[in-house]
Write a new protein. Structure first.
Length: 289
């Protein structure tokens, strides 16, 4: 009996060490992507150069609620063509609307600092990456609207992807039924405290998509692949001992732009002022290893 008890004690004493050892060897590390919205970041044009609001236009820096992306890629250098880098994410698409489009019903929509993407680092191609490319597809943010001399707060849903199939979408308790494809620049708006809503379409080709690599690695017209450079290249070995967290800081600096026909710097749809640009104004990727 004493011998039996001694054996049991020995087994019990061994189990915790065995369990800990097993847990340590099975630890998984991840590449994690998050978004950040910065109204103080540089306001860039399509070539990635600083730009001001054009004469005759006005703009405001919206207060972002959420965002979604259609495509994420890391590029080793400035000559890496779109699609030839390491593709981290490609959202579901559909032909339900006739032509290929982003399937909005399956879009992953996140707020600032929420995890958008989390993949095992062992699935990421090892290498050194200088650039991030992010194809943005959906934005939801607060803006100020003027009507009859008074300012009101509202929420705008902005679809900036190349083409999006939408059955329906909502802003608070306001629902919009579409049941079709909408090209880049479709938007819908609802006042926060009053029963008013509207929708429209920005002009084709008017959405700003900053790409500092336009000369060496262009993007297709109508896409929303915003490109940004790491201050220090990101190195992935596949043998990292901790997670790698990449933050994609997007410039919201006067990113909501309209024709200011009044002109007073106030967005006033009832005076015939129309939206012309809802593109993000730059990307600054950073990482923590």
């Amino acid at each position: 009996m004493k011998k039996f008890i001694a054996i049991v004690v020995a087994i019990v004493a061994f189990v915790p060490f065995y369990s800990c050892d097993k847990e340590e060897t099975s630890t998984e590390h991840y590449l994690i992507l998050k978004f950040k919205f910065d109204p103080t970041q540089a306001r860039l044009n399509n070539l990635g150069q600083p730009t001001a609001v054009p004469v005759g236009h006005a703009a405001q820096s919206p207060v972002f609620n959420t965002i979604s992306s259609h495509y994420v890629e890391m590029a080793p250098n400035a000559n890496t063509q779109l699609g030839q880098g390491t593709v981290l994410y490609h959202a579901p698409e559909t032909t339900a609307g006739g032509t290929t489009a982003i399937d909005f019903s399956q879009a992953k929509i996140v707020a600032q600092d929420e995890v958008f993407l989390k993949i095992p680092l062992k699935q990421v191609t090892a290498g050194t990456y200088q650039w991030m490319r992010v194809s943005l597809s959906y934005q939801n943010y607060g803006i100020t609207v003027r009507h009859s001399g008074a300012d009101y707060q509202g929420t705008l849903a902005s679809f900036v992807g190349f083409n999006t199939y939408i059955t329906n979408h909502s802003i608070g308790n306001t629902f919009f039924t579409v049941n079709g494809n909408r090209s880049q620049g479709y938007w819908a708006f609802a006042l926060n405290d009053f029963p008013y809503s509207s929708s429209g379409q920005a002009p084709a080709g008017a959405t700003t998509v900053p790409n500092p690599l336009a000369a060496t690695s262009p993007i297709p017209a109508g896409s929303c692949v915003v490109t940004g450079q790491f201050a220090v290249p990101l190195q992935i070995s596949g043998n990292e001992s901790k997670d790698v967290v990449v933050t994609l800081s997007l410039s919201t600096n006067h990113s909501f732009e309209w024709i200011d026909s009044t002109p007073d710097g106030k967005y006033e749809p009832s005076a015939g002022e129309t939206v012309v640009d809802m593109g993000l104004r730059g990307l600054l990727p950073t990482y923590v290893k």
